[in-house]
Design a protein around this ligand. Structure first.
Ligand SMILES: Cc1cc2nc3c(=O)[nH]c(=O)nc-3n(C[C@H](O)[C@H](O)[C@H](O)COP(=O)(O)O)c2cc1C
Length: 325
């Protein structure tokens, strides 16, 4: 399939693996890229810029296909050394960056000077238009159903994607709730030129996370995610567990007075315990409603080939069949 996204990133299939904390290691990115999609290493999971350089080098050994690096710009009292992470990306020859969180305008000139394509992930049309205005090459439009941070507008993809299509000139991918060929064909119909998947890629053979995490996603239904940290305007969609329910109780007790310190235990530093140790009640970890559509743990190649083959069948048989009728 050829779209402006496959052309932009020089990939075979219009499928991107979104940056994921403690999931987006070299093994994950290489498996997606080897299967013809765009794999993404998550920069901030690497403690230092030197560690990121090593992770990129490892990925380059595992694949000769293009892959990217996610840079998440978080509000922080002591921000990570972003300039150094970016220098590592430039020096390593990586040609695709997924930015997320705060406006990446400060970093765009240096990325563009080095011929790096930038796709910015955002949860609203106004932020997507801003990304276009500051020179991003593409955007990843993240609907309310997404795993991770859906923003505070709560607009699901059935509305958000056609709205983005009406306003944007640069290409965009649909992110959030994407799992299979139906997702891809529907997203293309609504104006996207590809899809970005997070949760679906965690439940794959190559995802470098504990088996318990994959099993939890397969076991979960579309009713099992919760929105946490809404009172802090830092909403995150996570899979429910004992500690998430505790967090929601704390939110109820504190009401408008809630402070980050009140939920620190449930959210801070829990990713390694979940993703590496498989301690599924350790705290809040991002997971999309799309868990309800995930029933197996295929290889990335099986997953991506399946999506592409079935998409052809949906377009050629089901959709064209309606016209023929
Ligand atoms: C476990 C997990 C961790 C994530 N970590 C990040 C992150 O560090 N930075 C980021 O930009 N997005 C992060 N995301 C969001 C994904 O890149 C992607 O936008 C989202 O998962 C799409 O929704 P889906 O899960 O319904 O496919 C994360 C998602 C998950 C599930």
């Amino acid at each position: 399939m050829k779209t402006r996204i496959t052309e932009l990133f020089n990939i075979e299939h219009p499928i991107i693996q979104g940056g994921m904390h403690f999931v987006g290691f070299a093994e994950m990115a290489a498996a997606v890229s080897n299967a013809g999609g765009l794999g993404i290493i998550t920069a901030l999971t690497q403690k230092t810029p030197e560690d990121l350089a090593k992770e990129i080098a490892k990925c380059q050994k595992l694949t000769d296909k293009p892959f990217g690096v996610n840079l998440t710009f978080l509000p922080s009292v002591t921000p990570p050394p972003y300039a150094e992470y970016i220098q590592v990306i430039i020096d390593s020859g990586v040609k695709a960056v997924e930015t997320a969180g705060n406006n990446p305008s400060k970093w765009l000139p240096i990325l563009k000077e080095n011929n790096i394509k930038v796709i910015h992930k955002c949860t609203s049309v106004r932020h997507a238009l801003k990304a276009e205005a500051i020179g991003c090459d593409a955007v990843s439009v993240d609907g309310f159903e997404c795993g991770g941070h859906p923003g505070e507008d709560d607009v699901p993809n059935m509305i958000l994607l056609p709205r983005a299509a009406d306003e944007l000139k640069i290409p965009f991918v649909a992110s959030g709730g994407q799992a299979d060929a139906r997702s891809l064909v529907a997203s293309l119909a609504m104006g996207a030129e590809g899809i970005n998947m997070g949760t679906r890629f965690i439940a794959t053979k190559e995802a470098p996370v504990h088996e318990n995490v994959k099993k939890a996603i397969v076991a979960a239904s579309e009713l099992d995610t919760r929105l946490v940290m809404r009172p802090l305007r830092n909403t995150e969609r996570v899979l429910t567990n004992a500690n998430v329910e505790r967090l929601l109780e704390i939110e109820k007790e504190k009401g408008a007075d809630l402070k980050f310190e009140d939920v620190f235990e449930q959210v801070a530093g829990v990713y390694p315990r979940i993703m590496l140790d498989g301690d599924m009640d350790a705290g809040a970890w991002s997971c999309g409603m799309v868990a309800g559509l995930i029933h197996d743990i295929p290889t990335c190649k099986e997953l991506i080939d399946g999506i592409m083959n079935e998409s052809t069948a949906i377009i050629r048989k089901r959709l064209e069949g309606f016209l023929a009728g």
